[in-house]
Design a protein around this ligand. Structure first.
Ligand SMILES: NC(=O)c1ccc[n+]([C@@H]2O[C@H](COP(=O)([O-])OP(=O)(O)OC[C@H]3O[C@@H](n4cnc5c(N)ncnc54)[C@H](O)[C@@H]3O)[C@@H](O)[C@H]2O)c1
Length: 267
């Protein structure tokens, strides 16, 4: 696939995309943006929209069957967005093994299933792109979100390693690493006193979470330009840079951050 630094509009024309978790939030915004840019986008979700397909990404066979169906119907698959994800927020000692399993199954195995189904097809076609939705939690380690952070680090590692391997096949790989985005996930996955919306917004001093449509537009431009990581907003890019130059400082700040979150939850 040829790359374009310019406006991605023409680049997406006629391309075929699957977006897991396409029924809500970031996934729904990606589907909308892809269609507006001229692509065919299939929204696959546990709770799909009316024009989408039902999919559980923890079911490897179902993910493979979806990719096979898309290729049978459209002749190809150009873009695989492994975006479905869940969060768990709270004290790690309160987390059950069943919860650990569920977040590993959706956030790690779900992405693995998408890669296992789509990557060989993209190689056969001599090109395509895999876009994995990680998180800022895939680059930085925020406490009280420990299981989620683990899964998102795995997604970043998978994406960057695969990227170096896939380049020779003309397959690009991009990991999306946003800080808080304004989607329903901010109110999901709470299992103790910590409230998700407070954690992601008040506790981090975020006045305005990232708009999903703005993020989707940024992602489409980044994929067309074959960027490795999409880190949004600018404050997240600054924090990521700071962590690399001053990891000790970031670690101490993380301890204070957890303390602040606990106080906020106790109010
Ligand atoms: N919103 C944020 O602040 C934020 C920040 C960084 C990363 N992310 C990541 O973005 C992705 C999308 O999250 P969102 O914010 O749009 O949340 P969301 O809850 O609005 O959407 C997630 C979608 O995934 C679907 N889903 C969950 N489990 C699934 C499964 N097993 N199979 C198929 N679909 C499943 C849900 O039904 C839902 O429609 C996730 O991977 C999330 O971790 C979100």
């Amino acid at each position: 696939m040829s790359r374009a630094k310019a406006h991605p509009q023409g680049w997406y024309d006629g391309k075929v995309a699957v977006v897991t978790g396409g029924g809500s939030g970031i996934g729904a915004a990606l589907v909308k943006a892809l269609r507006a840019a001229g692509a065919t986008a299939i929204a696959a979700d546990l709770e799909p929209p009316a024009d989408g397909v039902k999919l559980d990404v923890t079911d490897a066979g179902a993910v493979q069957a979806l990719v096979d169906d898309v290729v049978a119907e459209h002749g190809r698959l150009d873009l695989m967005f492994n975006n479905a994800g869940i969060s768990l927020i709270g004290e790690t000692q309160d987390l059950t093994l069943a919860q650990w399993d569920s977040i590993i199954d959706v956030n790690i195995r779900g992405v693995v299933h998408g890669v296992a189904a789509a990557y060989p097809q993209l190689i056969r076609q001599d090109g395509g792109h895999i876009v994995n939705t990680a998180s800022m939690g895939g680059l930085m380690a925020a406490g009280l979100l420990t299981s989620y952070v683990m899964t998102k680090h795995a997604v970043v590692g998978l994406s960057l390693a695969l990227r170096s391997e896939a380049a020779a096949h003309h397959v690009g790989v991009t990991a999306i690493c946003p800080a808080a985005v304004n989607t329903p996930i901010l109110d999901k996955g709470e299992f103790g006193k910590i409230r998700g919306r407070d954690y992601f917004l008040k506790g981090q001093g975020v006045r305005k979470p990232v708009d999903p449509d703005a993020l989707a537009a940024r992602v489409l431009a980044a994929v067309a330009a074959d960027e490795a990581l999409v880190i949004e907003p600018v404050q997240a890019r600054i924090a990521h840079r700071l962590q690399r130059v001053a990891p000790g400082f970031t670690q101490r700040a993380s301890i204070k951050f957890v303390d602040r979150q606990r106080k906020l939850a106790a109010r």
